[in-house]
Design a binder for this molecule. Sequence first.
Ligand SMILES: [Zn+2]
Length: 162
Amino acid sequence: MKYCVECGTRLEERPLEGEGIIPYCPKCNEFRFPIYSCAVSMEILNPDKNKVLLIKQYGRDFNILVAGYINKGESAENAVKREVMEEIGLDVSNIKFNKSKYFEPSNTLMVNFSCVADTEDLSHMTNEVDSAKWYPFKEAKKEIKQGSLAHEFLLNFLNCAK
Ligand SMILES: [Zn+2]
């Protein structure tokens, strides 16, 4: 962020007590904290908790985790519930935080959760998703796009879940 979001003036860097060096607009006389998006991604488990749901989306031929942006004013946990319902048509509970990581290409803080679906029934999946399939953990590790952030989150989750 180089310019003030309100007035377009070039930002300066100034120290703010307890926060470090923060961009500052000399015209507005306001600190301008960096702006970025927040999104959730989730390991959705089947009721027996021995499989994880991977999806294909946007016409791409590789497996990823279900993910979506957190709305302004919404909690991350609610975004997990809402996105899974919107995309897969599944009700989830037992939502647990795993790990978060800043993803530079989309200027997004990705927050990863696990959750448990009330059924394995995928017949209510919406057209936001091309395909979805339950994978046993071992298979999921191989089937998810290697080297992706989703891959990193999945490995972290499975290592912690042992
Ligand atoms: Zn300004």
